[in-house]
Design a protein around this ligand. Structure first.
Ligand SMILES: Cc1cc2nc3c(=O)[nH]c(=O)nc-3n(C[C@H](O)[C@H](O)[C@H](O)COP(=O)(O)O)c2cc1C
Length: 369
């Protein structure tokens, strides 16, 4: 019935057996020291029937963290922890990409051992509060604006993280340019007030992201690189004066770099990590931007099996990511294919904690049906 979701798809160096993607989902259970634990290997292996798994956002450097208990890919112990995960997913027949991120201003000095302020394009604090490393809430600080000469160093940090991801056994990396983190902070002019070659006109604001994508592509091969963007998203207090012009430019340039895939989040579900309400009357990114990108495109944000089939049918995406549904249903592809009922996502166990709400959502073969 949902045949279109179950056709194979070539994405860069991978062949996905289906088009049901597990997108990045932060779960905040990597303790101590940002190391994925053996239970993370169980969690991801349970979901290996996804066409592609993208991991939770993972920090490229020690100062790139901004959530308590989020994983990193900057120490040997973290690489070894991720190796357990990739081995388990591959043994279960799956494919897995590592989502790499720098949190930028979406962080706090308490995440830095020496108490340094978080970094950002400009000294503009996000609105609201942030979780400290011990899950208490703190007001955001005004970040430190990066000097021009520091930016190429962070490009190299992304490339080094990608090389470590390959060492850890990942099939690909997904560069996190979405949801209000450092690369998105540079793209959007509400947070980027720079006057150097990384600020001002769109071409300048896009420079950092495009340099990262190029450098990572040079180091691990563009066919192993995906990019995630969230046009019209406002997470982390981001705003832009002309998102259609900005993201049209970025996506056109990404298309020319021949990366493995582009992954766009629909703004109706841009706050899915913190709330379950869907915005109404929001822009349709798949419709707006599909034609600008020649390679495979993944779309995410509030999809059901029916709307997922429709978006592929209309050729506005090649694969569909299901976030909250994949947390709650380890065997989601099978349930969608057979049109069977879904377990309901429990938001209270999304972040932090242990096995409950992580590895104990039942698959159907473990239930009476
Ligand atoms: C608990 C939770 C954690 C998330 N963590 C991330 C993340 O680490 N990186 C990311 O790009 N998106 C993250 N997202 C967004 C999802 O990848 C997805 O885009 C969003 O949930 C919309 O899809 P859905 O409506 O199918 O849930 C998160 C969403 C949820 C619910």
């Amino acid at each position: 019935m949902h045949d279109l979701l179950f056709q194979p798809l070539e994405i860069g160096a991978m062949t996905l057996p289906n088009r049901v993607v597990m997108p990045a989902l932060t779960r905040l259970r990597a303790v101590p020291e940002g190391i994925p634990q053996p239970i993370a290997a169980d969690y991801y292996a349970q979901r290996a029937s996804a066409g592609l798994i993208v991991t939770e956002a993972t920090a490229i450097t020690a100062d790139g963290h901004g959530y308590p208990q989020m994983p990193g890919i900057h120490t040997r112990a973290q690489v070894a922890g991720w190796r357990r995960v990739t081995d388990a997913v591959h043994a279960a027949g799956g494919r897995i990409a590592l989502q790499i991120v720098h949190h930028g201003r979406w962080s706090h000095s308490s995440y830095n051992a020496d108490g340094r302020l978080p970094i950002a394009p400009s000294a503009v604090a996000p609105p609201g509060e942030i979780y400290s490393p011990t899950f208490t809430k703190l007001p955001y600080e005004t970040p430190r604006a990066l000097k021009s000469w520091e930016i190429p160093l962070i490009v190299t940090d992304f490339a080094d993280a990608a090389l470590r991801a390959v060492d850890a056994g990942f099939d690909a990396v997904e560069i996190h340019g979405a949801n209000g983190f450092l690369l998105d902070q540079f793209l959007q002019d509400g947070s980027n007030h720079r006057v150097d070659e990384y600020g001002g006109p769109i071409e300048n604001r896009a420079r950092f992201l495009l340099n990262v994508v190029e450098q990572v592509g040079d180091d691990i091969g563009p066919e192993r690189v995906g990019v995630r963007l969230s046009p019209h998203g406002n997470l982390g207090g981001l705003t832009d004066s002309d998102p259609v012009a900005l993201f049209s430019y970025v996506i056109t340039r990404l298309s020319a770099l021949r990366i493995a895939y582009l992954h766009l989040i629909e703004p109706r579900a841009s706050s899915a990590g913190i709330a379950d309400d869907a915005s109404v009357d929001s822009a349709d990114n798949a419709a707006l931007f599909r034609r600008l990108f020649e390679g495979p495109m993944i779309t995410a944000g509030g999809y059901s099996a029916e709307t997922g089939v429709q978006v592929i049918e209309r050729e506005r995406a090649d694969a569909v990511a299901f976030g909250r549904a994949f947390i709650a249903n380890p065997d989601l592809p099978d349930r969608l294919r057979r049109n069977l009922p879904l377990n309901v996502f429990d938001r209270t166990t999304a972040y932090g904690g242990g096995a409950h709400g992580y590895t104990d959502y039942p698959a159907l073969d473990a239930m009476e049906i």
